[in-house]
Design a protein around this ligand. Sequence first.
Ligand code: ADP
Length: 161
Amino acid sequence: MSIPNAIYPGSFDPITYGHIDIVRRAKKLFPRLVIAIVANPNKRPFFSITERVKITKEALAETGVCGIEVISYDGLLIDCAKGIGATAVVRGLRANSDFDYEFQMALTNRNLDSEIETVLFMTAGCYSFLSSSIVKEVKRFGGDIDSFVPKIVEEALARKF
Ligand code: ADP
């Protein structure tokens, strides 16, 4: 049986330690894991797609996570997954509030392509509160985000605010 390649899609606006924890754990299950950053999510992104790809790559390098490709995509996730030969979609689950959305997306994607499975990783307890929005909110008002994001992300946010 062949082990599937996986795609980890999201906004990554910006990447946090919560995302990186999912990457580290998913990497153990999937020999090839590609982070796919959606170019135009409905929520208007704070960082441009070019910035998010660059920040994500640098954050992975800073935290010693190697061998992960970072790409951007536009359009249907399923098309991007097929394009790179991925048959698993990695996503993370924090609270109940994530579940409804992840459930809907997983079933939609399975309807679009029954060969692609969504694999949901439970958040690490210590990151269960953590989101890109919280990080931006705390930084906007001058709070300390050292334990939420790598230094490179903190610097990118500092330049923007
Ligand atoms: P999206 O806009 O597609 O939700 P995000 O970058 O916010 O993109 O999140 C991408 C994925 O990572 C989602 O499945 C989200 O639930 C998961 N995720 C984000 N932060 C955490 C965290 N702290 N713990 C676990 N999963 C997380």
